[in-house]
Design a protein around this ligand. Structure first.
Ligand code: SIN
Ligand code: CO
Length: 383
Protein backbone atom coordinates (compact mmCIF):
# COMPACT_ATOMS: atom_id res chain seq x y z
CA UNK A 1 0.00 0.00 0.00
CA UNK A 2 1.59 3.36 -0.92
CA UNK A 3 1.88 5.69 2.06
CA UNK A 4 1.55 9.47 1.75
CA UNK A 5 0.84 12.49 3.92
CA UNK A 6 -2.19 14.15 2.33
CA UNK A 7 -2.00 17.42 4.31
CA UNK A 8 1.58 17.67 5.54
CA UNK A 9 3.50 20.84 4.61
CA UNK A 10 7.01 19.48 3.93
CA UNK A 11 8.39 22.91 2.93
CA UNK A 12 7.24 24.45 6.23
CA UNK A 13 8.65 21.48 8.15
CA UNK A 14 12.08 21.86 6.52
CA UNK A 15 12.07 25.61 7.11
CA UNK A 16 10.92 25.67 10.73
CA UNK A 17 11.50 22.27 12.31
CA UNK A 18 14.06 19.98 10.61
CA UNK A 19 17.24 19.88 12.72
CA UNK A 20 15.83 22.66 14.93
CA UNK A 21 13.21 21.40 17.37
CA UNK A 22 11.10 18.38 18.30
CA UNK A 23 7.59 18.23 16.84
CA UNK A 24 4.57 16.07 17.52
CA UNK A 25 2.70 15.36 14.28
CA UNK A 26 -0.74 13.92 14.92
CA UNK A 27 -1.64 11.22 12.37
CA UNK A 28 -0.75 12.78 8.99
CA UNK A 29 -1.36 9.51 7.06
CA UNK A 30 -5.05 9.81 6.43
CA UNK A 31 -5.69 6.16 7.12
CA UNK A 32 -2.97 4.44 9.11
CA UNK A 33 -2.20 0.71 8.66
CA UNK A 34 0.32 -0.98 10.92
CA UNK A 35 2.61 -2.69 8.37
CA UNK A 36 4.08 -5.47 10.54
CA UNK A 37 2.57 -7.85 13.09
CA UNK A 38 4.26 -8.26 16.51
CA UNK A 39 4.77 -11.98 15.80
CA UNK A 40 6.58 -11.21 12.56
CA UNK A 41 8.89 -8.82 14.41
CA UNK A 42 9.60 -11.47 17.06
CA UNK A 43 10.49 -13.86 14.21
CA UNK A 44 13.01 -11.35 12.82
CA UNK A 45 14.55 -11.01 16.29
CA UNK A 46 15.34 -14.74 16.18
CA UNK A 47 16.96 -14.71 12.73
CA UNK A 48 20.72 -14.75 12.32
CA UNK A 49 22.12 -11.94 10.18
CA UNK A 50 19.54 -9.47 11.48
CA UNK A 51 20.61 -6.89 14.08
CA UNK A 52 18.29 -7.02 17.09
CA UNK A 53 18.29 -6.27 20.81
CA UNK A 54 16.09 -7.24 23.70
CA UNK A 55 15.96 -4.73 26.54
CA UNK A 56 14.44 -6.06 29.75
CA UNK A 57 13.62 -3.99 32.82
CA UNK A 58 12.70 -0.44 33.78
CA UNK A 59 13.79 2.43 36.05
CA UNK A 60 17.56 2.22 35.68
CA UNK A 61 17.56 -1.57 35.98
CA UNK A 62 17.98 -2.46 32.31
CA UNK A 63 19.56 -5.53 30.77
CA UNK A 64 20.43 -5.76 27.10
CA UNK A 65 20.65 -8.99 25.11
CA UNK A 66 21.78 -9.04 21.50
CA UNK A 67 20.05 -11.18 18.88
CA UNK A 68 19.54 -13.62 17.35
CA UNK A 69 17.36 -14.59 20.30
CA UNK A 70 16.25 -18.16 20.95
CA UNK A 71 12.51 -18.51 20.20
CA UNK A 72 11.98 -19.78 23.75
CA UNK A 73 13.20 -16.40 25.09
CA UNK A 74 9.81 -14.75 24.56
CA UNK A 75 8.08 -17.38 26.72
CA UNK A 76 10.09 -16.46 29.84
CA UNK A 77 9.51 -12.74 29.73
CA UNK A 78 6.57 -12.68 32.13
CA UNK A 79 7.02 -10.12 34.87
CA UNK A 80 9.48 -7.42 33.79
CA UNK A 81 8.59 -4.95 31.04
CA UNK A 82 10.62 -5.57 27.87
CA UNK A 83 11.31 -4.13 24.42
CA UNK A 84 12.49 -5.92 21.31
CA UNK A 85 14.24 -3.66 18.78
CA UNK A 86 15.08 -4.80 15.24
CA UNK A 87 17.27 -2.72 12.94
CA UNK A 88 16.85 -2.13 9.17
CA UNK A 89 13.50 -3.90 8.84
CA UNK A 90 12.92 -1.84 5.66
CA UNK A 91 15.55 -4.01 3.96
CA UNK A 92 13.52 -7.14 4.61
CA UNK A 93 9.85 -6.16 4.70
CA UNK A 94 8.63 -4.14 1.67
CA UNK A 95 5.60 -2.79 3.59
CA UNK A 96 8.00 -1.33 6.17
CA UNK A 97 10.24 0.07 3.40
CA UNK A 98 7.12 1.79 2.05
CA UNK A 99 6.93 3.87 5.25
CA UNK A 100 9.96 5.83 4.03
CA UNK A 101 8.20 7.17 0.91
CA UNK A 102 6.42 10.16 2.52
CA UNK A 103 9.69 11.25 4.16
CA UNK A 104 11.56 11.50 0.85
CA UNK A 105 11.35 15.29 0.99
CA UNK A 106 14.67 14.62 2.76
CA UNK A 107 17.40 13.26 0.41
CA UNK A 108 17.76 9.48 0.26
CA UNK A 109 21.44 9.56 1.19
CA UNK A 110 20.52 11.01 4.61
CA UNK A 111 18.22 8.07 5.42
CA UNK A 112 19.72 5.27 7.46
CA UNK A 113 17.07 2.66 8.17
CA UNK A 114 13.74 1.85 9.79
CA UNK A 115 14.13 0.30 13.22
CA UNK A 116 11.04 -1.40 14.61
CA UNK A 117 10.37 -1.96 18.29
CA UNK A 118 7.77 -3.90 20.20
CA UNK A 119 7.26 -3.27 23.91
CA UNK A 120 5.17 -4.86 26.63
CA UNK A 121 3.33 -2.63 29.12
CA UNK A 122 5.83 -0.28 30.81
CA UNK A 123 8.62 -1.25 28.36
CA UNK A 124 11.15 1.26 27.06
CA UNK A 125 14.87 1.70 26.61
CA UNK A 126 15.29 4.47 29.20
CA UNK A 127 16.03 8.19 28.84
CA UNK A 128 18.75 8.83 26.25
CA UNK A 129 19.65 10.93 23.26
CA UNK A 130 20.61 9.90 19.73
CA UNK A 131 23.13 11.52 17.37
CA UNK A 132 20.66 11.49 14.50
CA UNK A 133 17.32 12.88 13.43
CA UNK A 134 14.48 10.42 13.87
CA UNK A 135 10.77 10.20 13.10
CA UNK A 136 9.18 7.93 15.72
CA UNK A 137 5.97 6.56 14.23
CA UNK A 138 3.52 4.92 16.60
CA UNK A 139 2.45 1.76 14.76
CA UNK A 140 0.30 -0.11 17.23
CA UNK A 141 -0.83 0.54 20.80
CA UNK A 142 0.13 3.67 22.73
CA UNK A 143 3.40 5.11 23.99
CA UNK A 144 4.08 8.01 26.32
CA UNK A 145 7.02 10.06 25.10
CA UNK A 146 8.71 12.57 27.36
CA UNK A 147 11.14 14.93 25.63
CA UNK A 148 13.90 16.86 27.38
CA UNK A 149 16.47 19.50 26.40
CA UNK A 150 19.26 19.15 23.89
CA UNK A 151 22.25 17.19 25.21
CA UNK A 152 25.88 17.00 24.17
CA UNK A 153 29.09 15.14 25.02
CA UNK A 154 29.21 16.93 28.40
CA UNK A 155 25.78 15.63 29.47
CA UNK A 156 26.28 13.13 32.31
CA UNK A 157 25.42 9.52 31.51
CA UNK A 158 24.86 6.59 33.85
CA UNK A 159 28.16 4.73 34.27
CA UNK A 160 29.02 1.60 32.27
CA UNK A 161 25.74 1.22 30.50
CA UNK A 162 25.66 0.17 26.87
CA UNK A 163 22.29 1.93 26.46
CA UNK A 164 24.06 5.28 27.15
CA UNK A 165 21.32 6.37 29.55
CA UNK A 166 21.10 9.90 30.89
CA UNK A 167 21.99 10.33 34.55
CA UNK A 168 19.47 13.20 35.00
CA UNK A 169 16.45 13.44 32.77
CA UNK A 170 14.01 16.35 33.03
CA UNK A 171 11.10 16.32 30.63
CA UNK A 172 10.01 19.58 29.04
CA UNK A 173 7.19 18.03 26.99
CA UNK A 174 4.98 15.01 27.51
CA UNK A 175 2.91 13.34 24.79
CA UNK A 176 0.83 10.19 24.41
CA UNK A 177 1.12 8.83 20.86
CA UNK A 178 -1.70 6.87 19.27
CA UNK A 179 -1.35 4.73 16.11
CA UNK A 180 -0.26 6.88 13.15
CA UNK A 181 1.08 9.74 15.30
CA UNK A 182 4.70 10.78 14.72
CA UNK A 183 7.24 12.39 17.03
CA UNK A 184 10.11 14.11 15.21
CA UNK A 185 13.35 14.58 17.15
CA UNK A 186 16.44 16.40 15.89
CA UNK A 187 19.84 15.04 16.97
CA UNK A 188 20.69 15.36 20.64
CA UNK A 189 17.27 15.84 22.25
CA UNK A 190 16.74 13.76 25.39
CA UNK A 191 13.77 11.41 25.14
CA UNK A 192 12.14 8.57 26.99
CA UNK A 193 9.33 6.44 25.57
CA UNK A 194 7.31 4.09 27.75
CA UNK A 195 4.66 1.70 26.44
CA UNK A 196 1.15 2.31 27.77
CA UNK A 197 -0.29 -1.19 27.65
CA UNK A 198 0.96 -4.21 25.70
CA UNK A 199 1.36 -4.41 21.93
CA UNK A 200 3.18 -1.10 21.60
CA UNK A 201 5.02 -0.91 18.27
CA UNK A 202 7.19 2.01 17.18
CA UNK A 203 8.79 2.51 13.77
CA UNK A 204 11.87 4.77 13.88
CA UNK A 205 12.85 6.32 10.56
CA UNK A 206 16.47 7.08 11.36
CA UNK A 207 18.78 9.44 9.50
CA UNK A 208 22.55 9.67 9.38
CA UNK A 209 25.02 12.50 9.39
CA UNK A 210 28.67 11.67 8.78
CA UNK A 211 31.11 12.96 11.38
CA UNK A 212 33.89 15.25 10.20
CA UNK A 213 36.36 12.67 11.51
CA UNK A 214 34.86 9.95 9.29
CA UNK A 215 34.71 12.24 6.25
CA UNK A 216 38.34 13.30 6.52
CA UNK A 217 39.63 9.84 7.43
CA UNK A 218 37.65 7.87 4.84
CA UNK A 219 38.17 10.37 2.00
CA UNK A 220 41.92 10.42 2.72
CA UNK A 221 42.00 6.60 2.70
CA UNK A 222 40.35 6.63 -0.73
CA UNK A 223 42.72 9.29 -2.08
CA UNK A 224 45.88 7.51 -0.98
CA UNK A 225 44.92 4.42 -2.95
CA UNK A 226 45.56 6.40 -6.14
CA UNK A 227 48.67 8.29 -5.04
CA UNK A 228 52.02 7.52 -6.62
CA UNK A 229 55.09 6.65 -4.52
CA UNK A 230 57.10 9.28 -6.41
CA UNK A 231 54.62 12.09 -5.70
CA UNK A 232 56.82 13.53 -2.93
CA UNK A 233 58.00 16.67 -1.24
CA UNK A 234 60.58 18.58 -3.28
CA UNK A 235 62.51 21.77 -2.52
CA UNK A 236 64.64 22.91 -5.46
CA UNK A 237 66.23 26.29 -4.74
CA UNK A 238 66.27 25.52 -1.02
CA UNK A 239 67.28 28.64 0.91
CA UNK A 240 70.07 28.26 3.44
CA UNK A 241 68.69 28.64 6.94
CA UNK A 242 70.25 29.98 10.11
CA UNK A 243 69.38 27.02 12.31
CA UNK A 244 69.21 23.55 10.71
CA UNK A 245 66.77 22.53 13.45
CA UNK A 246 64.03 24.82 12.20
CA UNK A 247 61.16 23.57 10.05
CA UNK A 248 60.68 26.83 8.21
CA UNK A 249 57.44 28.52 7.29
CA UNK A 250 58.30 27.91 3.59
CA UNK A 251 58.70 24.17 4.14
CA UNK A 252 55.50 24.02 6.18
CA UNK A 253 53.60 25.91 3.48
CA UNK A 254 54.78 23.45 0.80
CA UNK A 255 53.98 20.42 2.96
CA UNK A 256 50.58 21.76 3.94
CA UNK A 257 49.76 22.51 0.30
CA UNK A 258 50.50 18.89 -0.60
CA UNK A 259 47.76 17.85 1.83
CA UNK A 260 45.18 20.55 1.14
CA UNK A 261 45.54 20.36 -2.67
CA UNK A 262 44.79 16.64 -2.53
CA UNK A 263 41.78 17.14 -0.23
CA UNK A 264 40.51 20.09 -2.30
CA UNK A 265 39.88 17.96 -5.41
CA UNK A 266 36.09 18.40 -5.67
CA UNK A 267 35.62 15.84 -8.42
CA UNK A 268 37.49 13.19 -6.46
CA UNK A 269 35.42 14.12 -3.42
CA UNK A 270 32.09 13.77 -5.27
CA UNK A 271 33.14 10.41 -6.67
CA UNK A 272 34.31 9.13 -3.30
CA UNK A 273 31.34 10.48 -1.36
CA UNK A 274 28.80 8.93 -3.73
CA UNK A 275 30.47 5.54 -3.44
CA UNK A 276 30.84 5.95 0.33
CA UNK A 277 27.25 7.11 0.97
CA UNK A 278 25.83 4.29 -1.16
CA UNK A 279 27.72 1.53 0.68
CA UNK A 280 25.24 -1.12 1.83
CA UNK A 281 24.47 -1.06 5.56
CA UNK A 282 25.13 -4.80 5.83
CA UNK A 283 27.80 -5.54 3.20
CA UNK A 284 27.86 -9.25 4.09
CA UNK A 285 24.34 -9.74 2.74
CA UNK A 286 24.64 -11.07 -0.81
CA UNK A 287 21.68 -10.06 -2.99
CA UNK A 288 23.18 -11.14 -6.33
CA UNK A 289 21.05 -13.35 -8.63
CA UNK A 290 21.82 -17.10 -8.65
CA UNK A 291 23.28 -16.78 -12.14
CA UNK A 292 24.43 -13.54 -13.80
CA UNK A 293 22.24 -12.21 -16.61
CA UNK A 294 23.36 -10.86 -20.00
CA UNK A 295 22.31 -7.74 -21.91
CA UNK A 296 20.05 -9.98 -24.03
CA UNK A 297 18.35 -11.31 -20.87
CA UNK A 298 17.69 -7.79 -19.57
CA UNK A 299 16.45 -6.64 -22.98
CA UNK A 300 14.09 -9.62 -23.06
CA UNK A 301 12.81 -8.85 -19.53
CA UNK A 302 12.08 -5.23 -20.42
CA UNK A 303 10.48 -6.20 -23.76
CA UNK A 304 8.35 -8.61 -21.83
CA UNK A 305 6.98 -5.68 -19.80
CA UNK A 306 8.90 -6.57 -16.65
CA UNK A 307 10.07 -3.78 -14.39
CA UNK A 308 13.48 -3.64 -12.73
CA UNK A 309 13.06 -2.38 -9.18
CA UNK A 310 15.49 -1.10 -6.63
CA UNK A 311 16.30 -3.80 -4.09
CA UNK A 312 15.00 -2.28 -0.80
CA UNK A 313 18.40 -3.03 0.78
CA UNK A 314 20.22 -1.06 -1.93
CA UNK A 315 21.32 2.53 -1.76
CA UNK A 316 21.08 4.58 -4.96
CA UNK A 317 22.12 8.19 -5.53
CA UNK A 318 23.49 10.31 -8.33
CA UNK A 319 25.50 13.47 -8.93
CA UNK A 320 25.33 15.68 -12.01
CA UNK A 321 28.27 15.66 -14.40
CA UNK A 322 29.43 18.72 -16.27
CA UNK A 323 28.73 16.96 -19.60
CA UNK A 324 25.00 16.85 -18.76
CA UNK A 325 25.05 13.17 -17.79
CA UNK A 326 25.11 11.69 -14.32
CA UNK A 327 27.29 9.49 -12.17
CA UNK A 328 25.01 6.94 -10.61
CA UNK A 329 26.09 5.36 -7.33
CA UNK A 330 24.67 2.00 -6.35
CA UNK A 331 25.86 0.01 -3.35
CA UNK A 332 29.36 1.48 -3.38
CA UNK A 333 29.87 1.29 -7.18
CA UNK A 334 29.76 4.16 -9.69
CA UNK A 335 28.43 4.23 -13.25
CA UNK A 336 28.33 6.98 -15.86
CA UNK A 337 24.73 7.06 -17.14
CA UNK A 338 22.34 9.32 -19.06
CA UNK A 339 20.70 11.79 -16.66
CA UNK A 340 17.22 10.44 -17.45
CA UNK A 341 18.22 6.95 -16.33
CA UNK A 342 19.71 8.25 -13.05
CA UNK A 343 16.59 10.30 -12.39
CA UNK A 344 14.22 7.50 -13.17
CA UNK A 345 16.07 4.93 -11.03
CA UNK A 346 16.56 7.28 -8.08
CA UNK A 347 13.21 9.07 -7.99
CA UNK A 348 10.87 6.27 -9.04
CA UNK A 349 13.15 3.47 -7.86
CA UNK A 350 12.32 1.34 -10.86
CA UNK A 351 12.85 1.26 -14.59
CA UNK A 352 10.83 -0.34 -17.36
CA UNK A 353 11.30 -0.77 -21.11
CA UNK A 354 9.02 2.09 -22.09
CA UNK A 355 11.67 4.85 -21.98
CA UNK A 356 13.82 3.36 -24.75
CA UNK A 357 16.74 1.90 -22.77
CA UNK A 358 16.48 -1.14 -25.01
CA UNK A 359 18.28 0.74 -27.82
CA UNK A 360 20.84 2.41 -25.56
CA UNK A 361 23.77 -0.02 -25.24
CA UNK A 362 25.49 1.96 -22.46
CA UNK A 363 22.34 2.25 -20.37
CA UNK A 364 21.54 -1.42 -20.92
CA UNK A 365 25.04 -2.43 -19.78
CA UNK A 366 24.56 -0.41 -16.58
CA UNK A 367 21.20 -2.10 -15.93
CA UNK A 368 22.87 -5.48 -16.43
CA UNK A 369 25.64 -4.55 -13.97
CA UNK A 370 23.09 -3.28 -11.43
CA UNK A 371 21.05 -6.45 -11.77
CA UNK A 372 24.10 -8.69 -11.44
CA UNK A 373 25.30 -6.90 -8.29
CA UNK A 374 21.81 -7.25 -6.76
CA UNK A 375 20.93 -3.54 -6.74
CA UNK A 376 18.02 -4.11 -9.13
CA UNK A 377 15.58 -7.00 -8.92
CA UNK A 378 12.62 -8.09 -10.97
CA UNK A 379 9.31 -6.86 -9.63
CA UNK A 380 7.18 -9.61 -8.14
CA UNK A 381 4.37 -10.67 -10.44
CA UNK A 382 1.25 -9.38 -8.72
CA UNK A 383 -1.23 -11.30 -10.91
C1 SIN B 1 11.92 2.51 20.81
O1 SIN B 1 11.44 2.36 19.68
O2 SIN B 1 11.48 1.90 21.76
C2 SIN B 1 13.09 3.40 21.07
C3 SIN B 1 13.36 4.37 20.03
C4 SIN B 1 14.25 5.47 20.54
O3 SIN B 1 14.07 5.96 21.63
O4 SIN B 1 15.16 5.91 19.82
CO1 CO C 1 16.17 7.23 20.84
Amino acid sequence: MPYAFPHFDAAAFLRDTWQRRPLLIRNPWGQWHNPLEPDELAGLGCEPGIESRLVVGSDSQWQVEHGPLPESRFADLEGSPWTLLVQAVDQIVPDVAALIAPFRFIPDWRIDDVMVSYASDGGGVGPHYDQYDVFLIQGLGRRRWRVGPKCDEATPLLPHHDLRLLADFHAEADYVLEPGDILYLPPGFAHDGVALGDDCMTYSIGFRAPSRADLVGDFADDLIEHMAEDDRYADPGLAQQANPGEITADALARLHAMVTEALADKQAFASWFGRHASQPKYPDNDWRPDAPVSADDVRAMLQDGQVLERNPASRLAFVRRQDGGATLFADGQDFVVPMALAESLCAQQHVGGEVGWLDDETALDVLVALFNQGSLVVEDDED
